[in-house]
Design a protein around this ligand. Structure first.
Ligand code: RET
Length: 282
């Protein structure tokens, strides 16, 4: 297999030096943790549905949708890892399985195609927009969210075979990414107007979490070349770092984000006279 094949760099490491026991298992465990957290999150979002007034429940429902799709696709991603590489007892390392599929991070991208619009819409069911139009924001989120992912999905195929294409598609994707950040900043700023101080603080944390966790994805895209083209990360350390980055980003941008939005919804529900704790005692 030469470097003209549009395969992810994980395969080239698995074909040349192979993976040590620790690197192989770390990736396998981190991928497993990823989908396990999504199932746990699903349970949380279902069980907390009634803690917010009916008006805000769409936020929990969208988190639930995100959990189901992420669970299934991350499960497929983990399965892809274990079937792509196999242990060689003679060398004591894992190498590309000649009878298996190649490894590809594309499952994730297709998961984002569902989850990114859902996560972006979700906040619109919690904050009240007074100046911005709900429809226009929703359409901008939907448009730029999908194009950011599709262009990145194409680009990631070229991370070894054609760096020109890899960087061009990555740059186009980044334009849509910045558009999303710009719209989200406006939504959060406007959402803070006229709500209790406590809810404002949580919305502030959501913006920080959003910025940090969403920037991890382009970081993972660039991982094989992060410390120089085919440089210090073009090895098993880069492979482990990439899967860890993705898992941290997924747990933050989907689960923690959903929990924090739920907290805002709880505060707002209470301020509007829906006090879950009191209802429980009745
Ligand atoms: C890509 C390609 C390279 C450039 C940029 C990217 C951005 C990806 C982002 C993904 C967010 C995903 C989320 C998923 C949650 O389920 C596509 C890696 C900018 C921001 C939040």
């Amino acid at each position: 297999m030469d470097k003209t094949i549009n395969a992810n760099f994980e395969n080239f490491i698995g074909m040349s030096e192979g993976y040590s026991e620790m690197a192989y298992q770390l990736v396998s465990h981190v991928l497993t943790l990823g989908y396990a957290v999504m199932l746990a999150g699903l349970l949380y979002f279902i069980l907390t549905l009634k803690t917010v007034s009916p008006k805000y429940r769409m936020s929990n429902i969208l988190s639930g949708v995100v959990m189901v799709s992420a669970f299934l696709l991350l499960y497929a991603q983990a399965d892809n890892w274990t079937t792509s590489f196999q242990f060689d007892p003679e060398q004591g390392r894992y190498f590309l399985n000649p009878n298996g599929d190649l490894f590809n991070n594309g499952y994730r991208y297709l998961n984002w195609l569902i989850d990114v619009p859902m996560l972006l819409f979700q906040i619109l069911f919690v904050v009240s927009l007074t100046k911005l139009s709900f429809k226009s924001v929703r359409n901008q989120f939907w448009f730029s969210g999908s194009l950011m992912i599709i262009t990145g999905y194409i680009g990631q195929f070229y991370e070894v075979s054609d760096l020109g294409q890899f960087f061009i598609w990555g740059a186009i994707s980044t334009v849509f990414f910045f558009h999303i950040l710009w719209v989200m900043r406006k939504v959060i700023k406007e959402g803070k107007e006229g709500i209790p101080e406590e809810a404002k603080k949580v919305l502030g944390s959501i913006w920080t979490l959003f910025l940090v966790s969403w920037f991890l994805y382009p970081g993972a895209y660039l991982m094989p070349h992060l410390l120089g083209i085919d440089g210090l990360f073009f090895n098993e350390v880069g492979v482990v770092a990439r899967q860890m980055t993705y898992t941290i980003a997924d747990v933050s941008s989907k689960v923690i984000y959903g929990v924090l939005l739920g907290n805002v919804a709880q505060i707002l529900s209470k301020a509007e006279g829906y006090d879950f704790k009191k209802l429980q005692q009745m």
